[in-house]
Design a protein around this ligand. Structure first.
Ligand SMILES: C[S@@+](CC[C@H](N)C(=O)[O-])C[C@H]1O[C@@H](n2cnc3c(N)ncnc32)[C@H](O)[C@@H]1O
Length: 223
């Protein structure tokens, strides 16, 4: 079974014998892979919509992992239960991820590890989780079909961070690999385009974007 490069990177970040909740599992291919590769001990594949969950159930049956991969219909972390120590949320917007935790943080009480791959607002995701009881243990940028995706692995605990860590990732900005410069070159273009079309009344969003653009131009473009 072949995973996308992004899901493969996420799988590599999962700790051995983890009990994983995959929020927004869609096809549940990640969960099936984690069991087949003997990385996770159990998985809860959850989704907000019945359509994807039906497909997930079909795949789970086809790969004969019904004992190890259970499914749940629900919004965000609602279906979480005791025993789950790792939560994966990937392929959803950053603000959606934050919203899943902000008003019900107790749902993460027993969770030790978070693996997040937001489609958008990665800066806000880093800032939120690094300020709310998690620290970064691994971070990667993965290119898949010409799109570069961030993947973050966080553990429960606190560390002090500089504001540049929220913009560029404490580990990514330390490593500064080739893909880091490619990603922020693309981010510069994206932010400039967004600023050109975002109405002036979005004062806070425009301020955040301008600050981000300035930081990219100062710290994250190829020398
Ligand atoms: C783009 S797919 C991502 C699939 C997979 N996680 C991945 O990274 O390839 C997003 C999935 O999240 C589900 N979803 C959207 N909002 C959700 C929410 N609030 N709670 C749970 N699942 C959600 C959608 O139904 C969809 O199946």
């Amino acid at each position: 079974m072949k995973l996308s490069k992004r899901l493969e990177k996420i799988a590599k970040m999962v700790d051995q014998d983890a009990f994983v909740m995959d929020v927004g599992c869609d096809h549940a291919l990640l969960d099936i892979y984690l069991i087949k590769q003997k990385i996770a001990s159990s998985c809860l594949a959850s989704d907000l919509h019945e359509g994807p969950l039906e497909q997930a159930k079909k795949n789970i049956r086809e790969y004969k992992v019904e004992n190890e991969v259970k499914t749940a219909l629900g919004n965000g972390l609602e279906p979480i239960h005791d025993g789950i120590d790792t939560v994966v949320i990937s392929g959803l917007g950053g603000l959606t991820m934050i919203g899943m935790v902000k008003y019900t943080p107790f749902r993460l009480n027993n969770v030790k590890t978070l693996i997040l791959s937001p489609n958008s607002d990665c800066v806000l995701v880093r800032e939120y989780f690094l300020k709310h009881g998690f620290y970064m243990v691994d971070e990667a940028l993965v290119e898949d079909h010409n799109i570069i995706y961030p993947v973050l692995k966080l553990k429960k605990g606190a560390k002090a961070y500089h504001k540049l860590d929220y913009h560029f990732g404490p580990i990514l900005r330390e490593k500064k690999e080739e893909i880091f410069y490619q990603y922020y070159q693309k981010e510069q273009t994206r932010v400039k385009t967004l600023l050109a079309i975002l109405p002036k009344r979005y004062i806070k969003k425009r301020f955040q974007l301008k600050r981000y653009l300035k930081a990219i131009q100062k710290y994250a473009l190829a020398p």
